[in-house]
Design a protein around this ligand. Structure first.
Ligand SMILES: [Zn+2]
Length: 210
């Protein structure tokens, strides 16, 4: 079973991918991880990617695609995989098809933007130990400072409302056409993210078993 997982930043896609892999005994391939792996192993492609990253730029599609191709050819992918973080755009999806990689289903973990913004804007992390809290769902005991060390709780730059809004905008701009592309192929399934992540997993498993 070869899958692609889509989801806005903060929708919980990565967590779901992890659970689903365990459930079906397949592996999860996150683009970020395999690029880091290629860098660490010093492969030719890894080194190419590094020149772009060192220059502060994005790794071009052709290189990302070759790295994925290399990864998918490995033995542990033969029972199936989840691609997490790739493709992000229609040209990348087309490239994947051209590569001869058969995708069986594409799952989008859907959470409305307002909900994502609410979840992310409430996140706080401890300046000292990095422990994470949420002002509403997981507040510190005294309501203000870290339970472990009394450290000051701050909002990460990634969780600031303007940053979240911009990341959501980019996601919708790039991914809506991608959803259309897979919908035309009859492969797109949308699973609504639930309050309890276990429920989301249950719905996802149902979609994949039918
Ligand atoms: Zn702390």
């Amino acid at each position: 079973m070869n899958l692609v997982f889509l989801g806005a930043p903060g929708a919980g896609k990565g967590t779901q991918a992890e659970y689903i892999c365990r459930h079906f005994g397949i592996i999860s391939i996150s683009t970020g991880n395999i690029i880091r792996e290629a860098l660490k192993n010093g492969t030719e492609l890894g080194l190419k990617a590094k020149t772009y990253m060192d220059a502060g730029g994005l790794v071009p599609d052709e290189i990302v695609i070759d790295i994925i191709k290399e990864r998918l050819a490995q033995d542990d992918c033969k029972d199936g995989f989840i691609l997490d973080g790739f493709p992000r755009t229609v040209p990348q999806a087309v490239a994947l098809d051209k590569m001869g990689v058969v995708i069986d289903k594409v799952i989008e973990i859907f959470v409305p933007d307002e909900k994502i913004t609410e979840r992310m804007s409430g996140r706080r992390v401890c300046e000292v130990c990095g422990a994470s809290y949420h002002i509403e769902y997981k507040p510190p005991k005294n309501g203000e400072t870290c339970d472990n060390d009394g450290g000051h709780l701050i909002q990460r730059k990634d969780d600031a409302p303007e940053t979240v809004k911009e990341r959501l905008r980019v996601y919708h701009e790039q991914t809506e056409p991608l959803k259309g592309y897979y919908e035309e192929q009859g492969k797109l399934y949308i699973v609504e993210g639930q309050e309890d992540i276990k429920d989301t997993t249950r719905y996802t498993v149902e979609v994949l078993e039918n």
